[in-house]
Design a binder for this molecule. Structure first.
Ligand SMILES: C[S@@+](CC[C@H](N)C(=O)[O-])C[C@H]1O[C@@H](n2cnc3c(N)ncnc32)[C@H](O)[C@@H]1O
Length: 510
């Protein structure tokens, strides 16, 4: 029987709280870039300027809180129907003294029609990560109703979901994991383990729908390394249903939302995504939604990260470029580790060194405005801020910032310390997290291990790598503790200077 069959969950997993995480695509600074790259007016972002942000299905609220702490002038609101999530988010907000974030327990299926929703302000940005394809029709309708009432004209909506046709070959896998798991175990975490056990056995026996499909193979392979909590929320929901982009676009049109591009910035550059042959087919259609269907049929992408605007305002290129020129970028890796080549669906792409080389060298000194970077005299050319921003941010090697950082204040240090204390566990060191920062408006994406190390460095004691490795490697063989020790040493030399440059570390270099 389903662990979630009775009560208020409507078939969504409720017996185990979701993992805390930070997803950079949800940041308004990042979504603003997706709009500008798509040629559409984004947000008026500036240090100290108010913005209203709403996250629907916010889980434990870590992402919403990180954005709130980094942007004291913003009002941040998270909604989720799981009281364990809301209680955790409210407790961290209170403990860390985050006064500009609020969390409300409400069921999205009914909230839009509930008088309690009248208190929710009009918002500039709404984000739903990991919600849409995991909930049923009534919840989706409620979400659209809420967006229709609460997103201001010109406001942005970010929505991620499992996409068709990528997931079509995995429908049998998902159904089997859920149905088998429900019969073999009680809690949804044990169910998903038991379900995948059956799937692996059948895949090894070359079950037709579980073997030889690269997408299905990768799901089975990854299930070995993923936390059971994540897997339970991914696979054990009764209403889970992947969607075609065109159907999501049609649903959101009810809220007067228009699709403007992908929050995975590289996906907006069709030369990187599609071969010439496919692009010539795509070019036969004027309709961007039709072109996305061609793309989805050709690409493997199983998770779409769509960006919508309520009343998009198309910008002349000169105006769009001026707005992109105003964006500040911070480098996210040491210069020596910068990747000049990366894999893309159409093959591999190489960044032109005569253009990007001087830009990366300048960014290695500290955050810089795009207009300043484009004016560097050494550049082979001085045009195309969309390409500059798209490639550097799209490969996760740069982060958009509101301004260069200030020194972290005690609020920031406290938040990072509390996040490390509450969330870092020996079993989740590679999970995604973030470091709060002062002044830039942009939490720095990192792993749980990074968060732990950065928070310890800010404790004003000399680094004690041996005891950190022992603590994090608890119960693991000595070799694992040695591996962790070496890894942490690497973070201190390579990452700590980077965190300092991005304003995420107060402690001076030792
Ligand atoms: C996969 S989790 C994603 C959480 C968070 N957005 C993240 O990415 O970490 C989906 C979230 O949607 C919430 N949810 C599911 N159905 C809901 C409903 N009917 N009303 C409100 N929240 C819901 C769940 O409780 C859960 O926190």
């Amino acid at each position: 029987m389903s662990a979630n069959a009775s009560g208020w969950g409507g078939g969504y997993v409720t017996d185990v709280p979701y993992i805390p995480g930070y997803y950079r695509h949800q940041s308004p600074l990042h979504l603003n870039l997706a709009c500008l790259i798509g040629g559409v007016a984004g947000l008026h972002l500036a240090p100290g300027r108010p913005l209203s942000y709403l996250e629907l299905g916010c889980g434990r609220g870590f992402g919403a809180l990180a954005l709130a702490v980094c942007n004291p002038a913003w009002q941040v609101l998270g909604i989720d129907f799981n009281p364990a999530h809301i209680a955790a988010a409210q407790a961290l907000a209170a403990e860390a003294g985050v006064a500009n974030a609020r969390f409300v327990e409400a069921d999205l299926a009914t909230f839009a029609a509930d008088p309690a929703s009248h208190d929710i302000p009009e918002v500039d940005v709404a984000s739903l990560h990991g919600v849409w394809s995991w909930v049923g029709d009534a919840v989706r309708a409620g979400i659209v109703g809420l967006l229709a009432r609460k997103v201001r004209p010109g406001g942005i909506v970010h929505l991620s979901y499992n996409a068709l046709p990528a997931w079509q070959g995995a429908l049998g896998l998902q159904r089997l994991v859920r149905a088998a798991g429900e019969r073999l175990a009680a809690s949804s975490e044990r169910q998903v383990e038991a379900g995948f056990d059956i799937v692996r056995t059948l895949a090894a026996a070359h079950a037709f729908h579980l073997y030889g499909n690269p997408f299905v193979d990768s799901l089975i392979e990854r299930s070995d390394h993923r936390h059971t909590t994540y897997l339970a929320h991914e696979f054990m929901n009764e209403a889970w249903r992947p969607c075609f982009h065109a159907d999501v676009v049609a649903a959101l049109a009810e809220a007067k939302l228009s699709w403007v591009g992908s929050a995975q910035l590289l996906e907006n550059f069709s030369a990187l995504m599609l071969s010439d042959e496919v692009r010539s087919v795509s070019a036969r259609f004027d309709d961007p939604v039709m072109r996305e269907l061609v793309k989805d049929v050709c690409l493997r992408r199983g998770l779409r990260q769509d960006v919508f605007v309520r009343g998009p305002r198309r910008l002349p290129t000169s105006e769009r470029d001026a707005m992109l020129g105003n964006v500040v970028l911070g480098l996210m890796c040491p210069e020596a580790e910068f990747d000049w080549e990366f894999k893309v669906p159409s093959g591999s792409a190489a960044l032109e060194e005569r253009f990007f080389g001087p830009i990366v060298t300048a960014l290695a000194q500290g955050p810089r405005r795009v207009s300043e970077l484009l004016a560097l005299p050494e550049l082979s050319r001085h045009d195309n801020p969309a390409e500059l921003v798209g490639m550097l941010v799209g490969t996760d090697q740069a982060l958009p910032l509101l301004a260069p950082p200030g020194a972290p204040d005690p609020r920031i240090i406290l938040f990072n310390r509390l996040a490390a204390k509450h969330f870092v566990r020996p079993g989740n060191l590679n999970n995604g997290s973030a470091l709060a920062v002062s002044g830039t408006g942009a939490p720095v994406p990192c792993t749980m291990l990074d968060l732990f190390v950065a928070a310890r460095l800010d404790e004003d004691k000399p680094p004690d790598v041996a005891s950190w490795a022992a603590m994090l490697g608890q119960g693991q063989p000595e070799t694992e503790q040695e591996r962790l020790h070496g890894f942490i040493e690497g973070l201190l030399t390579e990452r700590a200077p980077l965190w300092r440059r991005l304003g995420a570390l107060a402690a001076p270099a030792r």
